[in-house]
Write a protein that binds this ligand. Structure first.
Ligand SMILES: *Cc1c(COP(=O)(O)O)cnc(C)c1O
Length: 375
């Protein structure tokens, strides 16, 4: 069986994990955490980064930092992971779901303005598959209505909008290092704070509402409880694993991009069968986080998935449209979101990981071309 996913370990992880253990200190904010943060700040010019236990936690920090509260509305695409929405619901906000673009699963910025009301506080953008949303249009709208923008860049590490790295465009941005992303630490995430006014409070919220970070830097004699917060910081063991991966970032990205490009090149004939392939807008430089097809119907997708499974190939669909989920459907305002529904029904992801053998990839492509009779 060709698995759908296989986490890649570079070989450097054990050495760094051992070093962390030998240091005798593996709590949060240790040396590896700082090395990772410095890496991101140097490579992407992020003004301030904080490692977190997950992208979900980074988004929870964002919701707290933006003072989201009951009565506020937050615009979020429907075709995304639940963690784009939960952090705002936990603060009592109302989620207003936006539809995806017909061209790719990213939020359709042309539908946004109609969703903004006097209660709107923020727009959450999700760079699906590591492909940038149309940030110029979104930021212009946000500025005109004085809204914050949160980037759910869980899939977007090392991707760009024009010349700007994803994560550098929102008021706050969140990354994930979960096993399913390009760079992994088991579970892990990062908050990027682009607004200097939120930097100090971000440290406090991450440290259970205390100013312990300042205390550790020797800036104050004693630390205390000064705000709300939680324990959002990961063990330095997680950071040690992440640091090993970061040393191999260029190699990992190169490999993934070449697998992705091979799919796109060889699968072009599927277009003649009405299958949609990934669309990368001119403003986006992506990171090959995932490769997908969109079939013409849900039944076509089910048949294809079953066929590939018979051939020993695992594929996977992706999100349920959140406005149709068991939890949120009763709370949704009833607007149909046809593109989100179409991606929920028809999108199929293909295996894409560092150790995917080229012969397996070509076998898989041959099976697809044969299935659609375009071989
Ligand atoms: C993976 C993912 C998340 C959640 O990341 P965790 O680190 O597992 O919390 C959130 N949003 C999107 C779009 C994701 O792909």
């Amino acid at each position: 069986m060709i698995p759908f996913h296989k986490p890649y370990f570079t070989g450097a992880e054990l050495g760094y994990l051992q070093a962390a253990l030998q240091s005798g200190k593996i709590a949060g904010d240790g040396p590896f955490t700082h090395r990772c943060q410095q890496f991101f700040e140097a490579r992407y010019h992020f003004p301030k980064t904080l490692l977190t236990t997950s992208c979900t936690d980074a988004l929870e920090m964002a919701a707290i930092l933006l003072n989201i509260q009951a009565g506020d509305e937050v615009i979020i695409p429907s075709f995304t992971f639940v963690s784009s929405a939960n952090p705002f619901l936990l603060r009592g906000a109302k989620v207003v779901f936006a539809d995806s673009s017909p061209l790719n699963p990213n939020l359709d910025e042309t539908t946004l303005e109609a969703l903004i009301t006097p209660r709107t506080k923020a727009i959450v953008v999700v760079h699906y598959a590591g492909v940038a949303c149309n940030m110029n249009a979104i930021l212009r709208l946000a500025q005109a209505h004085q809204l914050s923008v949160v980037e759910d860049a869980a899939q977007g590490l090392d991707s760009y909008f024009e010349s700007q790295p994803l994560g550098s465009l929102g008021t706050l941005s969140a990354f994930s290092f979960h096993d399913t992303k390009n760079i992994i630490a088991g579970e892990g995430g990062m908050l990027v704070i682009n607004d200097p006014a939120l930097m100090e409070r971000a440290e406090i919220i991450r440290e259970k509402g205390t100013n312990r970070s300042r205390f550790f830097r020797g800036e104050i004699d004693q630390y205390g409880w000064i705000d709300i917060g939680s324990s959002f910081l990961p063990s330095d063991l997680v950071a040690a694993c992440l640091y090993a991966q970061l040393q191999h970032l260029t190699d990992i990205q190169h490999k993934r991009l070449s697998i992705w490009a091979h799919y796109l090149q060889r699968l072009q004939p599927l277009l003649s069968r009405g299958v949609q392939l990934p669309f990368i807008p001119a403003y986006a430089t992506h990171n090959a986080n995932l490769f997908y097809l969109v079939t013409r119907s849900a039944s076509e997708r089910s048949a294809l998935l079953a066929h590939l499974k018979d051939k020993g190939i695992a594929t996977a669909f992706h999100y349920q449209a959140l406005h149709q989920s068991a939890y949120y459907a009763p709370l949704h305002d009833g607007r149909p979101l046809p593109q989100a529904q179409r991606y929920a029904d028809c999108l199929l992801r293909l295996p894409l990981y560092y150790e995917l053998p080229p012969t397996d990839q070509d076998y898989l492509i041959d099976c697809l071309l044969a299935y659609f009779q375009v071989a």
